[in-house]
Structure formats: C-alpha cells, structure tokens
Design a protein. Structure first.
Length: 252
C-alpha cells in the first residue's frame, strides 16, 4: 500500500461499478478512508469487503438533497472530516434534441448537474473546516466537443465543466481545489450496454476504437490514476483544470 492519501477521507459517488469502483479501489490503495456511495447497496457491500476496514458504505441517491444531507452527516459522524469528493455518479440517455423526452432530460440534469452541485455545496463547509480539500468532477470529452445523439448528456457535461471552473475561482482562496476529468469511451457496464444495444455491436466497437489514436478503448483504471493525482497533494497548485483522459480522442 502507498500513502499518497494517508489520513484523508474521500467520498466516491457511483462507486458500485466502472470508473467509480476503480477510483475507490485506487484511493484505498493510497491509504485513504473511502466512503462508497451508490443507489444499489449490494454492490457497495461487495466492494467494501474487497477494500477492508478503510471502506464505509452509505446508500444514497445523490439527486436527492435529503439523501445528500444524510450522506454528509454520516460521513462526518463516522470519519470526522471530508477531504476529497469524487462526483462520479451519472446517467446517459441517447438521443437528439427531438428524441430525448422531457423526463430523460430532467433525469440527466438532476443527476449529472444538480446532484453534483448539491453534494459539492454540502461538503464545502467541512472542507473549509479541514483546511482545504479536493473536489473532482467526472465530466466527459463530450463536455468539450459535441457528438451525435448525445444532446442531453453532452449539455449536462458541458455544465459540469463550467461549474468546475466557477467553483475553482470561488473557493481557491480557501485551499479547496476543484478540477474535472473528461474521459472518452471507457469500457464499463454503461458503455457495454450502449454497444450491445446497437444494431451491429461489432461494428460500433470497431468504430469507437478507431477514433482513439492510442488504438484501444479506455479502462476504468486509466481514469483512476488521474483521480488519485488530483486527490493528492501532488496537485496542490492545480485547480479549475479540465483533464481529457481520452486515448487521444480530442486530438483527432
């Protein structure tokens, strides 16, 4: 075990699978106490068993203010302070502006933007009390560039990018750093579902791979390395930054 995050408490939302799970494991390997958050408790319990005593499980829907308040209160009661927040929970609905329903639009923004804002706002007093902290927002390359049939998702991730910058400006003087990670196509349960539902999954996988100059799709662990860096004191002079971790996708 390394100790880049020793003595720090990290909240990870969407920790039950994919990027959130990989980041939670990486934080634990760096000696952080990790609060695992998701809507499905059974996934969190399995991950907590794998991590061991440094994991603490809180089942919560982070699009709900009441559940966010409960999450923060439980974290402080059991672990004392909050040093790191990884806002990873998110949802993807596929469709153009015409195809997306009002319900899908609202669900996308309630979780991807409003929930992220509410949880970030809720941890700020505790980070201030701790002398600073790091908020890491999981955005997307589609928060920088658009794409077909991603009207709601890309718009929500663009909002995350600019909220990240605004919060970095507002709270930098309090030693609270706010940065965003913008993954490209990472192989997770969510993206596997997108591929499997395509008329020709093999062709879609081949096309998605081809737009990444590095020659492969991403792995959740590729994102976790950046998250550890942004959570650690190694990035103490980094705030308001937006980091594509994308296999070269945005370079094309």
């Amino acid at each position: 075990m390394n100790s880049r995050l020793k003595g720090k408490t990290a909240i990870v939302t969407g920790a039950g699978s994919g990027i959130g799970r990989a980041c939670a494991l990486a934080f634990a390997r760096e000696d952080a106490s990790v609060v695992l958050v998701a809507r499905r408790k059974e996934r969190l319990d399995e991950l907590a068993q794998e991590i061991g005593k440094s994991a603490f499980v809180v089942q919560a829907d982070v699009s709900s203010k009441d559940e966010i308040d409960h999450l923060v209160a439980e974290t402080v009661a059991h672990l004392g302070e909050i040093n790191i927040l990884l806002n990873n929970a998110g949802i993807l609905h596929i469709g153009t502006a015409e195809q997306i329903t009002e319900e899908q639009w609202d669900e996308t923004f309630n979780l991807n933007v409003r929930g992220l804002w509410l949880l970030s706002r809720a941890v700020l007093p505790h980070m201030r009390k701790a002398g600073g902290g790091s908020i890491i927002n999981m955005a997307s390359v589609l928060g920088i560039n658009g794409a077909r049939s991603r009207a709601a998702y890309a718009a929500s991730k663009g909002a995350v990018v600019l909220l990240t910058k605004c919060m970095a400006i507002d709270h930098g003087g309090e030693n609270i750093r706010v940065n965003a990670i913008c993954p490209s196509f990472v192989e997770t349960e969510l993206t596997a579902k997108v591929i499997s539902q395509a008329p020709n999954p093999d062709r879609v996988r081949s096309e998605r791979t081809a737009v990444h100059p590095i020659g492969r799709l991403g792995k959740a662990e590729d994102i976790a390395g950046m998250a550890v860096y942004l959570a650690s004191d190694e990035s103490s002079w980094v705030t308001g930054a937006v980091f594509p971790v994308d296999g070269g996708y945005l370079a094309v």
